[in-house]
Ligand binder design. Structure first.
Ligand code: CTP
Length: 401
């Protein structure tokens, strides 16, 4: 995958820079061409000789060499690259990038780049968790830069937490995966429902569930990263998504989610219904707050909400692909298969509440993919992001176009 690829490595001044020689070696072993642009501070942590010997290219630090006038053109370097990887990306460099500041060669090169750019944040846990850093990372991602998320663990300071730069082996794996999968959903319009719905009882109370929307948002991000145009119909959640190809359409009730999804469906190639839609809603929404008064109890009359997945299934055209989610507690596989048939879906993603680490509110999930035609696939426990990736791989094979 990396054979012949031109990788421009941007190194900034963080202790994790000591891992970059290994990253260069791994890239070179896989046949990539590597050039390095470093900030002056990066060279406190790693020597230019090490970097140039391993990359087999001179290391660019200043725009020109004052001794012989050699000019390192940031534009030439930027346009040379198939991929740019800024690792480690310090809080300072990310802040400058987010603000468009170009006071060193690495930053001018980044500003002049047209290729996909990865950045691997690396810093201490409190710096990473600071709202300034979070805001800058969001801004960079909104611009289309791809974050290589830092891991959690012991940091150079001795503190423990998030902020540890991803290991070189994993960075190489991510780059290979990116090149392999880039744009395999390009041209597809994808509709996703996510999160819970809220069914109002009166102006201050509602019926809802524990869904956080994480699985749906991870799937939306995965589709966008692989070239799709995504419409994300989202119930009320506390998470957000920043990607230029994801349009978020916020809704509150099952009725609103139904309206949004059904109106977008005819113009979609694919739909993934991850939302935990309330199956029942109060028959009448009381306009004034219900007071307990003297009452010993309260009866709420609940009526069925429209089944969005089933409605999409009933109106599905031959070139559309429909995915539903199911949360079962017994006869899981049979129920999932029956649901797939009844709702005319092409695939049901089965969550089991029996599995530790799966279901609502967790960062991980364990699912079984139950297609209308073909073999059922059980995936091991993995992060919701990884589940999203595997789900897309599966759909890609099923689509066969
Ligand atoms: N779903 C939907 N609209 C509804 C209810 C559910 O689109 N009103 C979708 C969910 O987003 C999910 C799938 O249907 O993709 C399965 O939901 P689930 O609650 O597991 O199944 P139900 O069909 O509601 O059946 P039951 O409650 O009997 O298990």
């Amino acid at each position: 995958m990396l054979q012949g690829k031109k990788i421009l490595l941007g190194i900034t001044g963080g202790i994790a820079a000591y891992k970059i020689p290994l990253l260069i070696r791994l890239l070179k072993k896989r046949g990539a061409e590597v050039r390095v642009v470093a900030t002056p501070d990066a060279l406190h942590f790693v020597t230019p000789l090490t970097l140039s010997v391993l990359s087999q290219n001179p290391v660019a630090v200043a725009p020109f060499n004052p001794d012989d006038g050699t000019w390192y053109s940031h534009v030439d370097m930027a346009l040379w690259a198939d991929l740019m990887v800024i690792a480690p990306a310090t809080a300072n460099t990310m802040a400058k990038m987010a603000g468009g500041i170009a006071d060193n060669l690495l930053l001018t090169t980044w500003l002049a780049s047209r290729c996909p750019v990865f950045f691997a944040p690396a810093m201490d846990v409190d710096m990473f968790n600071h709202p300034c850093t979070g805001g800058n990372i969001s801004k960079l991602m909104q611009m289309g830069n791809i974050q290589i998320e830092p891991g959690s663990g012991e940091l150079a300071s001795g503190l423990c937490g998030e902020g540890r730069m991803e290991e070189p082996e994993k960075i190489v794996e991510l780059l290979e995966e990116y090149l392999h999968k880039r744009n395999d959903f390009a041209g597809k319009k994808v509709l996703i429902s996510a999160g819970p719905t809220r069914e109002p009882i009166d102006p201050v109370r509602y019926i809802s569930n524990y869904s956080t929307g994480r699985m749906g948002y991870a799937i939306a991000a995965a589709f966008a990263e692989r070239g799709a145009e995504v419409r994300l119909v989202s119930g009320p959640v506390e998470i957000s998504i920043n990607h230029p190809s994801v349009q978020v359409l916020p809704v509150t009730t099952a009725g609103e989610m139904f309206e949004a999804c059904t109106s977008l469906w005819s113009d979609s190639d694919l739909a993934v219904m991850t939302a935990a839609v309330a199956d029942f809603t109060p028959e009448n929404r009381v306009t004034e707050k219900i007071s307990k008064g003297e009452a010993a109890g309260l009866h709420l009359n609940l009526v069925r909400t429209p089944d969005i997945l089933k409605t999409l299934g009933d109106t599905k055209k031959a070139n559309q692909y429909l995915v539903g989610f199911a949360l079962e507690t017994q006869h899981e596989l049979e129920n999932a298969k029956a649901k797939c048939q009844n709702k005319k879906a092409d695939l049901i993603v089965l969550n089991s509440l029996r599995d530790a680490g799966a279901g609502f509110g967790t960062l991980t999930n364990k699912v079984t993919l139950v297609p209308a035609t073909g073999e059922t696939v059980s995936l091991p426990l993995m992060s919701k992001k990884e589940v999203a990736g595997k789900l897309l791989d599966f759909i890609r094979i099923q689509l066969n176009d």
